[in-house]
Design a protein around this ligand. Structure first.
Ligand code: BES
Ligand code: MN
Ligand code: ZN
Length: 506
């Protein structure tokens, strides 16, 4: 059950919990003052009796309400210096708030917020909307494989989060788009968290259709036979070792309602449902993480869900390349020379560098079929990217300064962090082969691996169209919970690309 988030000027229903903001040095917000007044100065009295809670940003205090109060408990959110507070702080506070609410067993909460402070980085309505977004994001759960023990059935879940403010109308409008993004992210998280015996190319394709077709997204699916016919030879090579054949899914959203002259926006996702490494088998320690190797496809699918939910005015194509990379007597080998849809031949250096092969054919297909305005691919492509940037920044390779500045803006707006990485002739050149046209590893092996992978993909960009490659190996998943996301799948990529479309292409 997901939380019902509502926005009202006055409380509509009764609630068990009242939430108010407290600023630096325990200055009460105006709703906190009111609550304090309605409860005979209880909050002021409580705060004076203790020293730890000072209203600092990030602090949260739960207080049992006094006898006779309308509420069971009060939750005080420390907001620090109102002038410095930003969106990210609000989402972090919202996430912490969710955990405190669920630990307390709260079912219905009133969150009071008013335009009573000098704020510089955020408006009151945005503050309300982003705190509500933090609550929603942290409420995500992936528990479909957990048995329904008595104990679990008794777990109390927050049912309603009611934001009460004079700015309710504007906050609700802002929250509308955020909520659509959260739904797309939850879909992406679900897909990443799903185990690979359940999520394999064919089942993945079916899930996409079942979820997106009812929202008005047109779906086209290619099975292995159709891929042979069309010539997806590089993608097919990756899937050869698996009993579960590869698939391609194309998702079309025609938001402009006409055949636009400019061409759609295209997003390509790597969907390797499990990456054993193939014949170049990965070491066993940590191999279980490789169920996340479809994080790029999950982000593209989540993005399509988000733009469909908010009825985007843009024309958007999503294409995901699905395959399972397994070792077997059928598998492709290092030193094989394979064909690709582009016509370029590829020398396989290491069967664990499989993502670039799947992406190459999908990139060729989407460019030749739809003549898009730009192509953006997302992929958990290289361990080297994680070595370079860790878990917070997504390394982004872009061949066009205008597209980069739009991405940078969308990144600031959404809070999903991007860092521009170098595309260089040297990396591209390094991927040319002696025996075929291209090879899958650069001369330095794993060194500069994220950059040479991008250099390989650059060979598949046609007519110099604007292109961005987002290596989400580090950002698609986390090893430990964060304030707004339980581990492992994050849904990274949905928010930033949704804002790219909304801010620059609608
Ligand atoms: N899926 C992996 C990259 C990856 C590693 C993603 C760790 C997330 C976490 C990719 O297919 C891969 O195996 N890359 C190799 C490339 C190498 C063989 C050039 C790598 O990074 O080691
Ligand atoms: Mn691999
Ligand atoms: Zn992989």
């Amino acid at each position: 059950m997901s939380i019902a988030t509502t926005f009202q000027k006055k409380p509509e229903t009764r609630a068990d919990t009242a939430i108010v903001c407290i600023y630096k040095d325990n200055r009460l917000s105006s709703p906190a003052e009111k609550l304090d007044g309605n409860n005979d100065g209880f909050i002021q009295h409580y705060l004076k009796k203790q020293k730890k809670f000072t209203g600092k940003k990030g602090q949260i205090l739960t207080v049992s309400a006094p006898k006779g109060s309308d509420y069971t408990r009060f939750i005080l959110i420390g907001c620090g210096d109102a002038a410095k507070l930003n969106k990210e702080d609000c989402e972090t506070s919202g996430g912490k708030l969710y955990l405190v609410l669920s630990a307390a067993g709260a079912l219905r909460a009133h969150f009071f917020i008013q335009d009573d402070q000098a704020r510089e980085n955020i408006t009151t309505e945005a503050m309300a909307a982003h705190i509500a977004m933090g609550v929603k994001l942290r409420s995500y759960k992936f528990d479909k494989y957990k048995g329904n023990t008595e104990e679990e059935k008794e777990t109390l879940e927050l049912e309603e989060f009611e934001v009460i403010s004079d700015a309710a109308t504007d906050a609700e409008r802002l929250y509308g788009d955020l909520d659509c993004a959260s739904e797309g992210m939850f879909f992406a998280r679900d897909l990443v968290n799903e185990p690979p015996n359940e999520l394999y190319p064919e089942s993945f394709a079916k899930i996409i259709k079942a979820e997106l077709a009812p929202l008005g997204v047109e779906i086209e699916m290619f099975d292995e036979k159709k891929m042979h016919k069309l010539g997806f030879h590089a993608h097919l090579a990756v899937g050869m070792g698996s009993a579960r054949g590869p698939h391609v899914v194309i998702m079309r959203w025609n938001g402009s309602g006409k055949k636009s002259k400019e061409g759609p926006l295209a997003f390509v996702g790597k969907g390797v449902t499990f990456d054993t490494g193939g014949v170049n088998l990965k070491p066993s320690g940590g191999m279980e993480d490789m169920k996340l190797d479809m994080g790029g496809a999950a982000a593209v699918v989540g993005l399509m869900k988000t733009i469909a939910l908010r009825k985007s005015k843009a024309d958007v194509i999503g294409i995901v390349g699905l395959a399972e990379n397994m070792p077997s007597h059928m598998a492709y080998r290092p030193s094989d020379v394979i064909d690709s849809l582009s016509g370029k031949t590829i020398e396989i250096m290491n069967t664990d560098a499989e993502g670039r092969l799947v992406l190459a054919d999908c990139m060729t297909y989407v460019q030749r079929t739809y003549k898009p305005r730009f192509v953006i691919d997302l992929a958990t492509l290289t361990g080297a990217m994680m070595v370079a940037l860790g878990y917070d920044y997504c390394g982004t390779f872009v061949n066009d300064n205008n597209l980069w500045s739009q991405l940078e803006d969308a990144s600031k707006d959404s809070g999903e962090k991007l860092w521009r990485m170098p595309l260089d002739k040297a990396f591209k050149k390094d991927m040319e082969s002696k025996i075929g046209d291209l090879k899958t590893l650069g001369g330095m092996g794993r060194f500069g691996g994220a950059c040479t992978a991008a250099g390989f993909l650059e060979h598949f960009v046609e007519n110099d169209i604007p292109w961005a490659h987002m290596d989400i190996a580090g950002t698609a998943w986390i090893k430990a919970d964060t304030p707004t996301c339980p581990k492992p799948g994050t849904g990274f990529g949905v928010r930033v690309l949704d804002r790219l479309i909304a801010n620059h292409y609608e």
